[in-house]
Design a protein around this ligand. Sequence first.
Ligand SMILES: [Zn+2]
Length: 298
Amino acid sequence: METVLVEDVLHRFLLERAGVRGALVRLGPAWREVAGRADYPAALRGLLGEALAASALLTANIKLDGELSVQLKSAGALRLLFAECTDQGRLRGLARWESPLPQPLSLEALPQAVMAITIGNVERGRRYQGLVELRAPDLAGVLENYFAQSEQLPARLVLAADGEHAVGLMLQKLPDEGGHGAVQDEDAWTRVMHLTATLGAAEMLAVTPEQLLYRLYHEESVRLFEPRPLAFGCSCSRERVAAMLRSLGRDEVEATLDAQDGHIEVDCEFCAQRYRFDRVDAEHLLRDAGATGASGTA
Ligand SMILES: [Zn+2]
């Protein structure tokens, strides 16, 4: 195996003999940046960590130009969950909730819940969105169903998070194409599933990617690709906040200026960056509205 980074990294690998491709993500500092931004109850913090790990895993085998996000909204105590990974390996995420959260926090029990995976480029306005049915209690199960439906290939996900680390493992059975030199062995997928089933959340959180792959698949001829570094990062900008203010309209912007001593302050919820606009700034951005026709989200 090649050099393996230990934290904030995405590894792609191939179990060549078994015809299975995989990805493994281990987040340390990047996850702690996200987890530390709110006083999350343990169950929700776990779910947010799993979603962040999953957002990185889902970028492993696609050609991404822009961002991939996993977003969940519900009418229940868990209002919003959002996790995003960009093509530059920048991760961010947050959740909004009301106490008390249901125990256990089951995804399929959330009222009027909608989950979506969005792949696209905000700047260039190209987006693909897939709705994910919430037919399992946990995120890994929900995403396995999504893969089975959208790609028609069996997939297995293992996700885990605590206050220190968020980790994820994804396995996908490659289509039986033949002629690629891969020995198609009938029982290979089942065998890999059995090996993977021996993996507990505690172990997954404790060991490095190299240890984990060796421990699980040392008899499966693992081919490890160049690791991809990940980091916490936010795509917010003054221009995006200005676009959001423009979309509110002149009346609301002026009312806010009047109410707040002639300035507007917007704090990014992901990274806490503060954007400040005074009356002159506001006049500029409102005047730009007609010229650019820009709209945006913050
Ligand atoms: Zn930000």
